[in-house]
Design a protein around this ligand. Structure first.
Ligand code: PLP
Length: 377
């Protein structure tokens, strides 16, 4: 054995993380009971107790999404991994995929869909607006896609895409419907089956009040049939649902070492949500955000999105003339331990993004933010 110089080993003090109130686009603060669940010792990823926990996650996710889809699981990774799983499994090379883009995450869908060999058609709206059913119909008639992909809650703009009638439209055109529910799951009404959504994904760190790392994924029997019929293998081994389905399903075949503690956390976050009740959680998010809007308006601040389409989970606040938005959010962080988000893409420098999600969607957090804002503005 060679001797290694001591000087090469970094000497650090034990981990010290500052306490922050996370009122940005995510992550949000996790529920203390969820953090408690993460502190348990890991067990084997094929231990019967762990397999039982996976079943519980599946049924809790079905409730949270309001779906009966058998193939409803958590992907080991963040929301982007579940997003990639959705595209890898739902899109076949050569498919015409129509993507609604009115913000940063619509553009990410376009990028990902292109990487999986689709013929991407982009339908655009100014950032902060949403697509009407008529506009969707027109684009479907023009492009005749095999897949339509929409973002339900566009985190870069704070707009909520209405979903009524979209599923019927997709069936009329024999097209699969993909929905990004990363910033809506748990905090915004979602009726996945009623809306006819075929593939959806989300994250753990927003409306579910859990740290990032285990991300909800679901696919309808219609989407599963397409997966079974596809000509070649799914291009991504890690996220191939025909393999993952054998770990989450009856076979229980080893696929990868599940991040056990993340799954403990997700299970607890979903259990807490089910205990509160979905409708109660949605109502809490709506009441809290309306309280925020009133407070901001009484300070003379304006919201970027028309009220009808505003998300209860994420609000874009227009930065007043002459204010350096980034400097102000840094001041909030450094002087008040409070995080809000800056604008992304087209809205960079124009808005702040305030998230009230999951465990953080409470009036006392709004009070803390408004009080801090009054001091720094
Ligand atoms: N889609 C939307 C709408 C998002 O807001 C995000 C993240 O904020 C993602 C996808 C990607 O999720 P993650 O950052 O967890 O990978």
């Amino acid at each position: 054995m060679r001797t290694i110089s001591k000087a090469q080993a970094p000497t650090l003090s034990p981990l010290n993380i500052p306490h922050r109130l996370l009122l940005g686009p995510g992550p949000s603060n996790a529920h203390p009971e969820v953090i408690g669940a993460m502190n348990r010792s890991p067990i084997g990823h094929l231990d019967p107790a762990f397999l039982e926990l996976m079943d519980e996650i599946q049924s809790l996710l079905r409730y949270t999404w309001q779906t009966e889809n058998p193939m409803t699981i958590a992907v080991s990774g963040t929301g982007s991994a579940a997003m990639e799983a959705t595209i890898a499994n739902g899109v076949v090379p050569g498919d015409v995929v129509l993507v609604g883009v009115s913000g940063y995450f619509g553009d990410r869908l376009v990028d990902m869909v292109g990487r999986y060999g689709a013929d991407v058609k982009k339908m655009t709206k100014p950032w902060g607006q949403v697509f009407s059913l008529e506009e969707l119909r027109q684009a479907m008639t023009t492009h005749r896609p095999q897949v339509l992909a929409l973002v339900h809650a566009e985190t870069s703009t704070g707009a909520r895409q209405p979903m009524e009638g979209v599923g019927e439209l997709c069936r009329e055109y024999d097209c699969l419907l993909i929905l990004d529910t990363v910033t809506s799951l748990g905090g915004v009404p979602i009726y996945l089956d009623e809306w006819g959504v075929d593939l959806a994904y989300s994250c753990s760190q927003k409306g579910l009040g859990c740290p990032p790392g285990a991300s909800p994924f679901t696919m309808s029997p219609r989407a599963q049939e397409k997966l079974q019929r596809r000509p070649g293998k799914v291009a991504n081994w890690y996220l191939d649902m025909s393999l993952l389905g054998k770990y989450w399903g009856k076979e229980r075949v080893y696929h990868h070492t599940a991040p056990t503690n993340m799954y403990y956390a997700l299970r607890e976050a979903l259990r807490l949500l089910a205990t509160e009740g979905l409708e109660n959680s949605w109502e809490r998010h709506q009441n809290t955000v309306e309280y925020l809007w009133q407070g901001l308006e009484s300070m003379g601040l304006k919201m970027h999105v028309e009220k009808e389409f505003r998300l209860p989970t994420l609000t874009t606040v227009c930065i007043p003339e002459g204010v350096d938005g980034k400097a102000l959010s840094m001041k909030l962080l450094q002087e008040h331990n409070l995080e809000i988000g800056n604008g992304l893409g087209e809205l960079a420098g124009k808005v702040w993004r305030v998230g009230l999600m999951g465990y953080n969607s409470r009036k006392e957090n709004v009070d803390s933010l408004l009080a801090a804002l009054k001091q720094v503005l």
